[in-house]
Every structure is written in C-alpha cells, then in structure tokens.
Design a protein around this ligand. Sequence first.
Ligand SMILES: Cc1cc2nc3c(=O)[nH]c(=O)nc-3n(C[C@H](O)[C@H](O)[C@H](O)COP(=O)(O)OP(=O)(O)OC[C@H]3O[C@@H](n4cnc5c(N)ncnc54)[C@H](O)[C@@H]3O)c2cc1C
Length: 428
Amino acid sequence: MSAATSPAASLEALDVLIVGGGPVGASAAALLQIATKDSRRPLRIAVLEPKRPATTPPDAPLDARVSALSRASERILTAIGAWPLMPGSRMQPYERMRVWHESVQPRSSDVLEFDAAYAGEPNLGYIVENRLVQTAALASFEAAGGKVIVGELSRLRVQDHHVQLETSAGTFTCSLVVGADGARSLVRESIGLTVEMSRYHQTAIVCNVRTELPHERTAWQRFLRAGTLAFLPLADGCSSIVWSADDPVAAPLLAMSQSDFAQELLRQSDGVLGAAKLRTERLSFPLYKLTAHRFTAHRCALIGDAAHVVHPLAGQGVNLGLLDAAALCELICAACRVREDPGAQSVLRHYERWRKSEIEPIALAIDGFNRYLAHGVGPLSRIAQRGLALVNRSDEVKRFFITRALGLDGELPEIARRPASASSSLLS
Ligand SMILES: Cc1cc2nc3c(=O)[nH]c(=O)nc-3n(C[C@H](O)[C@H](O)[C@H](O)COP(=O)(O)OP(=O)(O)OC[C@H]3O[C@@H](n4cnc5c(N)ncnc54)[C@H](O)[C@@H]3O)c2cc1C
C-alpha cells in the first residue's frame, strides 16, 4: 500500500514517528516497519518529510550529491529491499583507494593503497547518489505498509506517556519520536539536547567532472596543506570531486570560472587523472564537527546527522547513520517481543550507550586525519604523513583499515553482521 499523505490529512495516534525522511530516517522507518509488520501487534509507524524527491528517471544525469556506502550499509539497505531498487547502472563499486600527501608523487610507492583484494572482498563499497538511497528506502517503507506524511515539524511537546507533534500536516501523538531531521535538527532543539560543535573553517566544494584518464574504479584522495581533494568514481565514467578547502582558499575557487577551476583541479590533484571538465554546477557545504551530548531524551532518540556530523574526508556520515538506525531498530524490536513500549527508558538508554561509544572514537579519528594529514607542518603532522607510507608496507595494518572502511568492525547491529538478503523476518 502506498500512502503518501497530503497536508490537509491528519493521523490517529502512532507508535513511532520518524521526523525526517532523508537516507537515514527513511531506512530506519523501513527497518522498523518490515521487522514488526507481521508481529502480533504491528507498530504504527510514519515518516514526516517535507521535501520528498521525485523518482529519478533511469537516464537522468548523475546528481552531484553522492556518498560512498560501506558493506555494512549495503547489508542494511539489502535487508530492507532498497538495494535492488537502486539501478546498478547508477551505482559504481570501487575496488581501491589511493591516498597520498602532496609531498609525495601520486603514483609512487609512498602512496597508501587499499585494495579490496587484500581482504578477499570484491570491492570496498559503492558510490551512490544520496537521492537514490532516500527514494529507494522510502519506497521500501511504503511497500511494507508504512506512511509517508508530506509535512514539516513545527513544534514538539513531550509528556509522560506520549509526545505531541504539531506539523504542517496536522497534529500527531506517538510513543517514540525519532529525530532524523539532519544537522540542524528541530527535534534535538525542541527537546533541549545540547551539542558540542566545532567549525573546521573549511568548505566542501562538490561537483561531477569528466577526467582525461579513467578513474580505474578507484577513490583517489590527496591531502593538501590547505585541505583534502578526493575523486570518487561514478558509474558513468565521470568522478565526483569533494574538495574540502580552507575557507580562504574555497572562496576564490567558488568564484572563479569553470575553466579556471578545472585548471586548479589539475594542479591540486597533481594531474593524477589528467585534465577535468565540469559536468555539474559546484555545490558548497560549510564543514563542522557536531556531536549531541545526549542521543536520547524521554520518548525521543536522535539518529544520523541529527546526533553527529563528521568531516566528509572519511565518507562516514550516512554509514554511521544507517548503523544508528539498525541499532535502534534492533533494540525496539527486542522490547516489542517482551511487550515493552518502543519508547521505554531501557531501550533509549541502551541505544545511547551503544552508539555513543561507537561514534566518539570514530569522530575523533576523522578529526585527527583532517588536523594532521590535511594540515599542519609541525612534528605530529610530519609523523602522520610518514605514517601513510609505513601503513602501506604492512598488510596487517592495511587489512585493519579496510575492515574499518567496509564498516565491519566495532559492535555492529545484527543485520550489518551477516551477508545481506532481503527478509521479512528481519531482526526476528
Ligand atoms: C560534501 C559531503 C560529502 C559527503 N560524503 C559522504 C560519503 O561519501 N559517505 C557518507 O556516508 N556520508 C557522506 N556525507 C555525509 C552525509 O551526506 C550525511 O551524513 C547524510 O546526508 C545524513 O543523512 P540524514 O538522513 O541523517 O540527514 P539529511 O540527509 O540531512 O536528511 C534530513 C531530512 O530531514 C528533513 N527535515 C529537516 N527538518 C525537518 C522538519 N522540521 N520536519 C520534517 N523533516 C525535516 C529534511 O528534509 C531531510 O530530508 C557527506 C557530506 C558532505 C557535506
């Protein structure tokens, strides 16, 4: 049953309302809906999303907003049936990563290379458009009987036994609110959860380019003294660039003509893929690190960017968010099996402990990469830069990093631990 609800409609009381149907909120909704739809008392679940993207025509040019999805994410998206909805012609598996500092030659032995084959894997992950993940996850949710409400949260009031939400599509009550409404989460703000935030004083410039040389199914990343420049391989043979540049460098890069920008790209990539032609407009994103001090409050939980934002250099944001979604869903399902309320304190406390202890060290490590590899000329930076070449000489250390890149270490939710198969008895 497909049931997108228009602004004039209103809903009865819900068990779970997920505010924000981005890639993370939509996947959380599909996980919960599929896992509980055949139980004795199926949960009433809805997603509130104001900007649902239209389905992408198969021959539309690739969008500039893409993410590198890990193996763990692939497993989660397969289990909800979203993976097969994303056309293979728009998804690029990448088999290698080549990472180097600007002080070394891009094709020398000092370049750190991670090859999926070292870990006996076919690839390290896939480069996929964000909107494709979002539309596929929403479609899976609806196919399992879930409701997408087209509307925006305006106010939220937490009471002892339920939460009341005022939205542009009416007023709703639920036992549990999941805030998946992104970095500027109104859910987080409304329930008074504070954050630790630090600006990187960097801007990510994103666009798709066609390069003279083929991308070789490889993600290329060069650490510069004033930022990081990455080329991610796309399914149409082009590459998506993510240039995280210090603000004083980024401003002129955004203002210059396309051809001057392409020249700069050639220079700053040390010509690794030859000359580039821009295929999309340049988009820009101010970069910051954000972690909510608490991920939960009475009858509320935060997931994805609403709970934590990390620097894009490690391509982890969506991947960490999907693990939040799977962890929360696993705990809610366990509670429902013993007839406990999905918004019970025990569920929320467990979720917070679990995901905070996973996220914090990762966010710290990503911060360190940016601080010492992409910047700095001090002794620590020099050690970090030499470290790249040392890591390259140890297969064991490389395997450790590959497992991390695949998203397969740490305390994983059950669904991310096993090879993917679409299943209606998910989490049972
Ligand atoms: C340049 C760049 C490159 C990146 N590359 C990668 C990568 O390679 N791999 C990776 O894993 N991550 C990457 N990320 C991070 C990734 O984009 C984010 O982590 C991800 O989009 C977060 O998803 P989300 O669903 O939590 O939030 P969002 O995508 O922000 O979605 C939030 C949703 O909430 C909705 N919403 C907002 N306010 C309200 C409201 N009041 N009421 C109802 N709904 C609301 C919005 O419409 C939106 O749909 C990158 C980020 C950047 C900036």
